[in-house]
Design a protein around this ligand. Structure first.
Ligand SMILES: [Zn+2]
Length: 625
């Protein structure tokens, strides 16, 4: 019945042209560390073992003297008895990719199948350092502390074994991709205003230091490589990287060295397979897209059709978030689902076309939120997965011509299921410490996406889209924190939004409003509203009359200190007095008799995440004439 009352609310994100403040956001004494990696690595494609050297120049831009550093050794997670393995066996809803037949796949890995990353020597300025391997983290005592503003050179020899594909990286994934190489090298942990983030690799989410990567990979010459970074020696490599119309000149021998440079990134992924096909596509005024996928007849058509959609997605995100700052983006078949990396993604490729475009769009959107803004996603996973879900949902609606009036309908449905499950935890929970994967997933992706779509309800859709662009422009390459998106929205809208950030992201308070009573008052009608949930919201109320006319009423929240513009410009809107949130009920009057009213509904846009919509509408017992 409610549908009858719905105004056709087009989630029309009208992108008003507006002057962006080009001045970089000044967050007081903001600083960030810097890393420059030079790595030279040789992979044995038969044993899946590799060895290499790493020279890391670390610049300490913090105000603190550092006497220790930490590296991530992610591949050590893929060993029986690791923290990842034990967590997998103890969480109540383990990831189905990692837990099969009621058993942890990590627990049964043999010596030749497990992953490892070992450091065999580590020097600071040419002097040997002592270090301790603690699971997936290397703890290092420096000989010379690094003073504020100082630099040091750390040189390392390391070797590793690529695990059987279990999660994200690994050998021979289920679609037969030989090497999915993410989280594969000793990676310096991030040190920021909160201190060290030497998080063990247990399940998810990363936080890294930006810098320039210079990586040489030597492996069997029949393997084709794709991933992060610009290839420096395309004429020696060929495999589709050579200049169009030219032929590569390879050096003799069984091995081939690929030399990549990736500037201003915080990780480096690569994948390799002897059966990869490699296509490229230039985006107008944008980067070169690379596609690497298996020569499998069952997927070829989808992977060809994916290419123009990828160009459209790149254009969509660049237009609505901000320009993509690299000259290259690679979509590479590999891994175990979809995962975002620097200048690239690893996705599984044996999918329906819609699913293939969907995973590409989601992972590509991460380039903006996970890679270029790069919030600490272990702590604020909703700012990465959630914002990515929001923009990729809008993107899919456009590039796949889905034409959904409310593309977020299912996003909200999942959130309601979580909120009503009793298993919800606040979004301030560390990504690894949710009680259930289900609770993490919905909180990060769905509730995180609703943070933005519902913010559009609070401040107006055009203000929301301006907020996203300004947030990107002001905070790109600076690891923004929750307050930064809130302050940006406040500056764009002129509204106070602390209550919104606090309740939505730091508590499990829910929104639940109701139409309590509709009472005849002579020639007028009194409408009494009830705030049943703890989280307050401003309310749009639509009244539909028996004669088919409609009007809206808007009850701003007093603590917003202002009002949004009329979201339904075709309808007359009455701005009511502010609702002081502490008052559980609120009353207003409509200048028509109750007999003239056909129905009333709170939030006809359905963008306010009211966990119980049953009581959000009133339907007159009288039938319209
Ligand atoms: Zn994601």
């Amino acid at each position: 019945m409610q549908n009858k009352l719905l105004v056709s609310v087009k989630i029309l994100f009208v992108f008003l042209s507006f002057a962006l403040s080009l001045q970089a956001q000044n967050r007081g004494s903001y600083w960030q560390q810097h890393v420059d990696y030079t790595m030279d690595v040789t992979m044995d494609v038969n044993t899946y073992q590799y060895s290499g050297t790493q020279k890391l120049i670390y610049t300490n831009n913090s105000p603190d003297t550092l006497s220790k550093v930490y590296y991530h050794l992610y591949f050590n997670a893929f060993q029986p008895g690791s923290e990842m393995d034990v967590r997998l066996q103890s969480i109540r809803d383990p990831d189905g990719r990692m837990f099969v037949d009621n058993k942890s796949r990590i627990a049964s890995l043999g010596k030749d199948e497990m992953g490892y990353l070992k450091v065999s020597s580590l020097e600071q300025e040419g002097k040997a350092l002592s270090y301790t391997e603690a699971g997936t983290v290397l703890e290092v005592e420096l000989l010379e502390p690094i003073a504020p503003g100082g630099k040091t050179t750390l040189q390392m020899v390391f070797n590793g074994q690529v695990p059987v594909q279990i999660r994200r990286s690994g050998r021979n994934n289920k679609e037969g991709v030989a090497l999915s190489m993410s989280q594969w090298y000793p990676k310096l942990a991030e040190y920021d205003f909160e201190g060290w983030h030497a998080d063990p690799y247990i399940a998810r989410e990363f936080h890294g230091v930006w810098g320039d990567f210079d990586v040489k990979l030597t492996l069997d010459k029949n393997y084709i490589v794709g991933g992060s970074g610009y290839l420096q020696n395309p004429q020696e490599v060929g495999h589709g990287y050579e200049a169009p119309g030219t032929q590569a000149k390879r050096v003799k021998g069984k091995m081939l060295t690929w030399h990549f440079k990736a500037p201003k990134v915080h990780d480096f992924m690569w994948a390799a397979d002897p059966e990869y096909l490699h296509d490229t596509l230039e985006v107008a005024d944008g980067p070169t897209l690379h596609f690497l996928y298996k020569n499998n007849p069952a997927i070829l058509e989808n992977w060809k059709n994916l290419q123009p959609k990828t160009a459209l997605a790149m254009e969509f995100f660049s237009k609505h978030i901000g320009p993509y700052p690299y000259d290259q983006y690679s979509v590479v078949q590999g891994g175990d689902g979809g995962m975002e990396y620097a200048m690239s993604t690893l996705i599984t490729g044996e999918r329906t076309f819609g699913s293939l475009v969907g995973v590409m769009a989601h992972e590509m959107a991460h380039s903006w939120f996970q890679h270029i803004l790069a919030t600490n996603e272990a702590k604020h996973e909703w700012m990465d997965e959630g914002f990515t879900t929001f923009v990729s949902t809008l993107c899919m609606n456009e590039i796949m011509e889905e034409g959904k009036e409310n593309p977020f309908e299912n996003v909200y449905k999942s959130y309601y299921a979580l909120a009503n499950s009793g298993q919800e935890q606040p979004q301030t929970t560390h990504a690894d410490r949710y009680g259930a994967n289900f609770a993490y997933g919905i909180s990060a992706y769905n509730k995180g996406s609703i943070f933005l779509s519902q913010l559009g309800y609070v401040i107006g859709q055009d203000k929301l889209m301006q907020t996203i662009k300004k947030y990107y422009e002001d905070f790109k390459f600076t690891h923004p924190v929750p307050n930064d998106i809130k302050r940006t929205a406040e500056k764009v809208s002129g509204l106070e939004l602390d209550w919104y950030l606090t309740d939505w992201t730091q508590t499990t308070n829910t929104i639940d409003y109701a139409i309590k009573e509709v009472v005849a008052d002579g020639e007028k009608t009194k409408i009494i509203l009830d705030r049943k949930g703890l989280m307050p919201m401003p309310l749009d109320i639509l009244v539909v009359y028996q004669d088919g006319t409609r009007e809206t009423f808007y009850a701003p929240l007093r603590i917003m200190r202002g009002e949004k513009e009329n979201p339904f410009p075709d309808l007359k809107r009455t701005v009511l007095p502010d609702w002081p949130w502490a008052f559980p009920t609120y009353e207003f009057t409509v200048d028509k008799p109750i007999s003239a009213i056909s129905g009333i509904v709170i939030d006809p846009s359905h963008l306010m995440a009211d966990v119980n919509k049953e009581d959000n509408s009133y339907l007159s017992p009288q039938k319209p004439e």
